[in-house]
Design a protein around this ligand. Sequence first.
Ligand SMILES: [Zn+2]
Length: 302
Amino acid sequence: MSLKIYNTLSREKELFSPIEEGLVGMYVCGPTVYSDVHLGNCRTFISFDVIYRYLKYLGYKVRYVRNITDAGHLEGDRDLGDDKFTKKAKLEKLEPMEIVQKYTLGFHDVMRIFNTLPPSIEPTATGHITEQIKMAEQIIANGYAYVVDGTVYFDVEKYNKEKPYGILTNRKLEDLLEGTRDLGGQDEKRGRLDFALWIKAKPEHLMQWPSPWGMGFPGWHIECSAMSEKYLGKKFDIHGGGMDLAATHHTNEIAQNQACYKTSPANIWMHTNMLTVNGARMSKSAGNGFYRVSYLQATIRC
Ligand SMILES: [Zn+2]
């Protein structure tokens, strides 16, 4: 049976043909486990569960990797704001790993309620610090990243001279630069679009690891590049995630992989649309999320 998949990268429906006959490698960006998942988050994972089941139904042997982001995700997608885990840990007076454990279990509970299948591998960012450091080192060695006072930045403008940075969402670098704030000489980054592969930790930062550049923690984007390569290889079939990840997170993943391994990670990029409430995107920050009513609350209400 032939299968056609809409590929964000080509903006076309393509006939699916796996790299290795009978096998499919699929990576999907998983949750950042610092708070409860709402229905909008679940939508992505339910969609990919249907895709996973359908690929299996077609007779493919599927390796489905979906990560858990348990470090390195700052409030802004472009290295701005506090680390989500440290902030929540201070707020709830818990260890960051208690936050991670609490919301990982909560996520799994919700996924069970929706009867989704667990992925084949569910790697965590904190479990792959070494791989992320190695990848950042290689990108520096290849000339696409630089170190400023313990933080490693990816040089987007240099990379774009050789490969189109905005390839996934079909945008030119000039347009992207126009939409980004001017550094005004205040920022240590060389270019406005440069993003961190490794971030220097302040002494009070609760989650930090030794690296060749001092104590720090990985940037958010590098974890998916490092873990997809580890479990699916330098080139695999499908990379998925919510549509909101395409413009920055997935764009940066492609740039990192190209800069490190000289190849884009996936043949097909699949993105699920956003769940909306009265026309607005469901998001934690908008306060319009639908959450699972906990067992305790449900019991009290009864
Ligand atoms: Zn990811």
